[in-house]
Ligand binder design. Structure first.
Ligand SMILES: *Cc1c(COP(=O)(O)O)cnc(C)c1O
Length: 238
């Protein structure tokens, strides 16, 4: 992927974000674009940054640990968007500004502790990843368990629980995904009332369905393929 195509892709995505925002009476500046750079090299992140992207999402702690060396010069916000294993929590607390895929109280406590030990970094933003569909995927919290987890996270001093995230099933027609996005928004609204937390963030929508997500209230969309091009096959999970 060349610099010009990342730039052209970004322009196209921004137009689509603006159109979806306009359709739903929202302002495009209230929607944050997260460039999902997993599997793409640091040079691609550099190019996207030059084009104007300021938020990036990576799904593996170890991959990011290697790649960040090539992006140290960038004043970007780095999001962990993939499932976080307990044994990588301390590292993640140091390497990311926000963990958008939190789904476990023990991991939350580890993040909190690690953040306290590093001192000067301030609070770590976190989102709870909610499982909006019954799928085989192991990540994400069952809807019924979200309030209790949210309450436990909200008392951890070094974490700032800012909202919810979801990865709905991949359905060919983006329109079919709408009920899942709507459900996440409704759950967020419920939690706000029940817990009295601001919980403003809704991270939902990927390359093929981010417009529907915006119409349903997404404040952050996570876009990989439409920005960086297709990914090489992922290496086996370990
Ligand atoms: C890979 C990934 C994305 C981006 O997916 P695209 O379809 O390439 O836009 C978004 N969110 C998460 C959690 C991902 O793992």
């Amino acid at each position: 992927m060349t610099e010009t195509s990342i730039r052209a892709n970004l322009t196209r995505i921004q137009e689509r974000i603006a159109a979806a925002a306009a359709r739903s009476g929202r302002r495009p500046e209230d929607i944050t674009l997260i460039g999902v750079s997993k599997t793409h090299p640091a040079i691609a992140i550099q190019e996207a940054y030059q084009a104007g992207v300021r938020h990036f999402g990576e799904n593996r702690v170890q991959e990011w640990e290697v790649k960040r060396v090539g992006t140290n010069n960038l004043a970007a916000t780095w999001h962990l968007i993939g499932h976080l294993q307990s044994n990588k929590a301390a590292k993640a607390a140091k390497l990311f500004h926000t963990v958008d895929s939190l789904d476990d109280v023990a991991v939350a406590q580890k993040l909190d502790r690690a953040r306290r030990e590093t001192g000067a970094q301030g609070k770590l933003r976190v989102l709870i990843e909610m499982r909006v569909a019954q799928e085989e995927t192991k990540s994400g919290v069952e809807i019924a368990a979200v309030p209790e987890l949210a309450e436990k996270i909200s008392v951890l001093p070094q974490l700032d629980l800012a909202g919810l995230m979801c990865i709905p099933p991949y359905l060919l027609e983006a329109e079919q995904v709408r009920p899942y996005f709507r459900r996440l928004r409704e759950l967020r609204d419920d939690l706000k009332t029940k817990l009295g937390l601001p919980m403003l963030v809704l991270s939902m929508g990927m390359s093929h369905d981010f417009e529907v997500a915006i119409e349903e209230g997404a404040t952050e969309v996570r876009v990989g393929t439409a920005l960086f091009g297709t990914r090489a096959a992922l290496p086996a999970k370990h």
